[in-house]
Design a protein around this ligand. Structure first.
Ligand SMILES: Nc1ncnc2c1ncn2[C@@H]1O[C@H](COP(=O)(O)OP(=O)(O)O)[C@@H](O)[C@H]1O
Ligand SMILES: [Mg+2]
Length: 241
């Protein structure tokens, strides 16, 4: 069971969109995938049409009820929905270790973290096998990326980190500048920059509002195709360990 935290300090870097669409693409290739919505804003749960359903991630972390993940509209893709109470979650001990032990076995768990350093985000990172950081490809966004990498490495020096460029705009000079900086940073800070980039694509944004993954809502869109390529690329690295 591979546990991945999807994290960035910054909001709006497509963490939730990536969790949803990478998860759906992985499930489509035959993996069993569990998504856990750790953000009190619950965009992931909304995007799968399951916001407000129970048991939630807060129930799961508090160990109150036996938690059966919900089936989503995609075969092999399950969800533990978010909970507004996650904003107030505080813990003086590790609550993820016992909670993770109680989950049914799946191939891959993707945990959608809130921006910033909530209790749930910190514990999710500490209990993950790898961290996936979605980032916008703009010089201004790279500060958030560097800080996220430093923070993770302070806690776990050997944590494998993959970075994916989202909302990618090929023809901008700004993108080119950020690309160069990112390649340098990946060498210096020892993270893997995925070759696959996720383009800015209206179908991806629309699919969340339609409460469907992009691969279902618009399978031929550039965004859906990019998330499928990303799933192919990233599982190669995950399998190598
Ligand atoms: N590839 C994309 N193309 C266009 N819009 C996107 C794309 N990825 C994300 N978005 C939009 O960007 C905004 C932030 O995405 P979201 O996944 O909620 O970010 P985060 O979880 O990091 O805060 C949302 O409005 C989403 O629809
Ligand atoms: Mg989010």
């Amino acid at each position: 069971m591979l546990k991945i935290a999807v994290f960035n300090f910054k909001g709006g870097t497509a963490k939730t969109t990536t969790t949803l669409n990478l998860g759906a693409s992985l499930a489509d290739s035959g993996y069993t995938v569990l998504l856990i919505d750790l953000d009190g804003q619950r965009t992931l749960s909304f995007g799968l049409g399951l916001d407000g359903e129970q048991p939630t991630a807060l129930d799961w972390l508090k160990g109150k009820k036996s938690v059966t993940p919900l089936q989503t509209s995609v075969e092999n893709l399950f969800l533990i929905p978010g909970d507004i109470g996650l904003f107030r979650l505080d813990a003086n001990k590790d609550i993820f270790v016992p909670a993770l032990k109680k989950l049914p076995k799946v191939d891959i768990i993707l945990m959608d973290c809130s921006p910033g350093l909530s209790t749930a985000s910190v514990q999710a990172i500490l209990n993950s096998d790898r961290v996936l950081i979605p980032t916008l490809c703009e010089p201004a966004s790279l500060k958030g990326l560097a800080e996220a990498v430093d923070l993770i490495r302070n806690e776990r020096a050997d944590m494998p980190i993959e970075v994916v460029r989202t909302r990618y705009k090929t023809r901008l000079l700004l993108t080119k500048e950020a690309d160069d900086l990112l390649i340098e940073a990946s060498v210096e800070s020892d993270f893997r920059l995925l070759h696959t980039t996720i383009p800015e694509n209206i179908a991806v944004a629309e699919s969340i509002a339609q409460q469907l993954p992009a691969i279902t809502y618009a399978p031929n869109s550039s965004g859906a195709k990019a998330y499928k390529s990303m799933a192919k690329e990233i599982t190669k690295y995950w399998e190598k360990g």
